[in-house]
Design a protein around this ligand. Structure first.
Ligand SMILES: Cc1ncc(COP(=O)(O)O)c(C=O)c1O
Length: 403
């Protein structure tokens, strides 16, 4: 307890909690699914609706710079993931961007046909590979347990989840990228669970392509547009199949034939959801001004404290995440046969985490709005629920469409 108080007192990020809306009494461990709402988003969205849409209408494409938001916000995000300006574009959803990235990566290796990924990948990633296979039957999807050991000379593309969505295990960007390049393969990083929560350093490690969402640790809002990173060295040679007019070099020439933009805009397809873009600006403004080393240090401190206390107070929960803080992202997962009703009982008490099949209680830690005392208090509530078997109540058994 005293340890948590002391850690909070010396927390250099403590002031950031004020930048977010969070209901009184709620301890929010779901920033790895939907980040909290930045207070500034309210003003930006209200300006985007009342001024830019209601008053300025079509002129806002130029006047408010709507047309350039994908690259302007991409440039804001770039340093957060270790990229340079001009290498990141915000657009579409992660799934759609992955489809583009898969074909883009394949376009760099026309002589190879194997896409390698982990069985434990987030399912949409594997479903999108299946979609690529349906479009090009000569392709092969190879699913493995251990990625690094499976990168061989016949692999065209390696798709890696930087942080495993279920266990929180962190993949080795430097090692996997180096091994893939040695074997002549191109790597796509899915940064959904790492962007905005730990230093990613894409260019330092010579990364090729990456995709990710902005609604988790980047606090962009529900369904916020996603992003694509493409290393500058690949941009002149790479192509993607969703060749819509926003990716055209001169969209307002309205030419009959497609000629892609020379830069990162070639990853765009069509008109973007501008109101969602504007909501995202607030989250990007906060994160792009932060030292990611500080964010990582507090994230590791919060997750370590959570593991320490749960293991000491609630032996019935089994740790699923790596114990070594260096090997996990910013989430901690425990397993229990009754994981689902336990999570529901927690939510009723104001401690919001989520459940993942088959038996995982998942807790995400955003250092921007969580304190060490939040961790201590949440574990007390969890212990109380476990000891009193509160989760056995029938109301906690019913499953909603979203878990
Ligand atoms: C690793 C990973 N990839 C992709 C997605 C989802 O993609 P989309 O934003 O298209 O729904 C998620 C969603 O949680 C995810 O965790």
């Amino acid at each position: 307890m005293q340890k948590a108080v002391d850690l909070d007192k010396s927390d250099p990020l403590a002031h950031l909690r004020e930048a977010f809306f969070l209901p009184e009494g709620m301890i929010y461990f779901d920033g790895n699914s939907l980040g909290a709402m930045p207070r500034a988003a309210l003003g930006i969205v209200s300006e985007a609706t009342q001024q830019e849409w209601a008053s300025d209408l079509i002129t806002s494409w130029n006047k408010a710079g709507w047309f350039d938001l994908p690259t302007r916000y991409g440039d804001l995000l770039a340093p957060v993931i270790g990229a340079d300006a001009g290498e990141v574009v915000i657009c579409d959803s992660t799934s759609i961007n992955l489809y583009k990235a898969l074909f883009a990566a394949l376009s760099l290796r026309p002589d190879r046909t194997v896409i390698l990924a982990e069985k434990s990948s987030f399912p949409t990633d594997l479903y999108m590979i299946e979609g690529a296979l349906a479009a090009r039957p000569e392709l092969e999807m190879r699913l493995v347990e251990d990625l690094a050991g499976a990168i061989t000379e016949d692999i065209a593309v390696v798709l890696v989840n930087h942080v495993d969505y279920r266990s929180g295990k962190l993949a080795d960007v430097a090692g996997i990228t180096a091994r893939a390049h040695e074997m002549g393969a191109v790597v796509i990083w899915d940064l959904c669970h790492s962007a905005g929560i730990l230093p990613v350093e894409l260019n330092l490690h010579g990364a090729d392509l990456a995709i990710g969402c902005t609604y988790k640790y980047l606090n962009g809002g529900p369904g916020a547009p996603a992003f694509v990173f493409c290393a500058a060295k690949h941009l002149p040679h790479i192509s993607q199949p969703l060749s819509g007019w926003w990716g055209h070099a001169k969209p307002f020439d309205f030419d009959t034939g497609y000629a892609p933009d020379a830069g990162i805009r070639k990853f765009l397809c069509g008109t973007q959801p501008i109101l969602s873009f504007r909501a995202l600006e607030a989250g990007l403004d906060i994160i792009s001004g932060l030292d990611m080393a500080l964010v990582r240090a507090k994230s590791q401190s919060l997750t370590a404290l959570f593991i320490e206390r749960v293991e000491a107070q609630i032996p019935a929960l089994k740790l699923v995440s790596p114990k070594d803080a260096a090997l996990r992202g910013s989430q901690v997962s425990f397993s229990h046969p009754q994981a689902y009703p336990i999570v529901q009982a927690l939510i009723e008490r104001g401690v919001v985490g989520d459940f993942r099949m088959p038996n995982v209680l998942r807790f995400g830690f955003s250092p921007l709005y969580l304190s060490h005392m939040d961790v201590v208090n949440a574990v007390e509530i969890l212990q109380d629920i476990m000891e009193n078997k509160t989760w056995e109540a029938p109301r906690f058994q019913a499953r909603g469409a979203v878990t």
